[in-house]
Design a protein around this ligand. Structure first.
Ligand SMILES: Nc1nc2c(ncn2[C@@H]2O[C@H](COP(=O)(O)OP(=O)(O)OP(=O)(O)O)[C@@H](O)[C@H]2O)c(=O)[nH]1
Ligand SMILES: [Mg+2]
Length: 411
């Protein structure tokens, strides 16, 4: 099966294969029941994930693992598709233009492709590596038309993300005992919002979650975290503004231990990576956490704002030098047309992107996965391509039938 077809099958419903009237009826009832009532809904309606009611329930009323995984993948596909809309418009348009302008695969095409990817924030080294791989692949497979290179480009993006992969985008969360997650980053990148979303995710998984209001510096920061705590329904441990953040963490850890909390997520004040006193404060917070719970913090997540582009990359480099960052949360990916920054971060920093922020709502934080990412980035192109090749197959089949008929007639 082709790479595009596999992505399409994985991330979309089989709805597009249904008859139009059947589909319309079904979508209308879905919209009535459980779709968000937005003016955008009709436009995207063919892309809505399969519903639980359509899934096969067994005798105990349980849904099969296969159905569950299918629904989960479709929901993920829909989320990435919606969140990466701006980047997708940009990437698809640019790539289509390139392919139309340079019909033949040659050095001019590769140079233009390099330029396009660099402009989309993919990062210089990553682009060079990617395009070099494409040159080799085009030669190996004897591809001479740029049109035939579409799928290879998307496939290589996934491959380049996966290299040196140790499955580290998975969070280091133990089933037993208290886990501590420390959220760090510069001002306004989305730390507190991400904590709210993360708490919501873990709570939905059945974990007992608590938050620690470690930003004692910015006015209103403690209150902001408390509002998230109320919204999600988790307890927030705090002290008054201006107190020592390390003391807040210490007390929160003790409270979390005595209440049997599974995951404590700690907010911190936004800090510039070049302010050494603030970075020292962060080290102190980490030390205190580590003394109270061996192995903690289990994750130090660096929040980066995708809309800041290459600046996010340099922030990450500096943070990495002064503190042990275990993962990246790339926020506001929905707000940029330069979604290529994900690849630059992964490749140039060797720090895994664990989550991406695809909007401001509670369920807009999604675990990062390169396949759902490229699907979000090229969804229309992928679907168009698969539909075209299905149509071409159908045509070949019907021509075969005609030819057979013709042969029979002449017998
Ligand atoms: N569109 C979009 N907005 C986001 C996302 N994540 C966060 N935001 C917004 O970014 C703004 C800043 O978020 P905060 O969570 O307060 O950021 P912070 O890093 O805690 O900020 P400081 O505490 O001031 O350092 C808010 O308006 C959020 O709603 C995202 O994934 N997408
Ligand atoms: Mg904050």
């Amino acid at each position: 099966m082709s790479f595009f077809k596999r992505l399409k099958d994985k991330f979309t419903t089989s709805a597009e294969n249904q008859k139009p009237d059947e589909l319309e009826q079904e979508q209308q009832s879905e919209l009535d029941v459980d779709q968000p009532q937005s003016s955008e809904a009709p436009k995207e309606k063919t892309k809505q994930p399969k519903k639980l009611k359509e899934a096969d329930f067994d005798d105990d009323g349980l849904i099969s693992i296969e159905d569950f995984e299918e629904i989960e993948a479709q929901q993920l596909g829909a989320k990435f598709r919606a969140g990466l809309e701006k980047s997708r418009e940009n990437f698809q348009e640019q790539l289509n233009n390139l392919i139309a302008r340079y019909r033949k695969v040659d050095e001019d095409f590769f140079e233009a492709l390099e330029e396009m990817l660099i402009t989309a924030d993919v990062g210089f080294n990553t682009v060079m590596e990617l395009v070099e791989e494409l040159r080799t692949e085009a030669q190996r497979r004897n591809i001479s038309e740029t049109e035939d290179l579409r799928e290879v480009i998307v496939e290589k993006i996934v491959e380049i993300y996966h290299q040196d992969d140790e499955h580290s985008e998975i969070m280091n969360i133990e089933n037993e005992g208290l886990n501590v997650i420390l959220m760090v980053g510069v001002n306004g990148v989305g730390k507190t919002t991400t904590i709210g979303k993360l708490a919501h995710r873990y709570q939905a998984e059945g974990k007992k979650v608590m938050l620690a209001a470690g930003d004692t510096f910015r006015a209103g920061a403690i209150e902001q975290l408390k509002i998230w705590g109320e919204r999600v329904g988790v307890e927030v441990m705090s002290q008054k503004e201006g107190s020592d953040p390390a003391a807040v963490m210490y007390d929160a850890i003790n409270a979390a231990k005595s209440k049997g909390v599974d995951i404590l997520i700690c907010d911190t004040a936004g800090r510039l990576q070049n302010k050494s006193n603030l970075m020292n404060e962060l080290e102190k917070v980490k030390r205190v956490i580590g003394r109270a719970v061996p192995e903690a913090p289990h994750e130090v997540l660096l929040c980066l704002d995708a809309t800041t582009g290459q600046n996010a990359l340099s922030q990450a480099k500096s943070f990495k030098e002064v503190t042990n960052v275990t993962g990246i949360v790339l926020t506001k990916l929905d707000g940029t047309a330069k979604g290529g920054i994900v690849l630059a971060i992964r490749n140039e920093l060797k720090i895994p992107v664990k989550y991406v922020g695809l909007g401001e709502k509670l369920d807009d934080l999604q675990p990062f996965n390169p396949e759902s990412y490229v699907y979000g980035l090229f969804a229309d192109m992928i679907e168009q391509n698969v539909d075209d090749s299905n149509a071409a197959d159908d045509h070949t089949d019907s021509t075969d039938v005609q030819n057979e008929g013709h042969t029979d007639d002449t017998k």
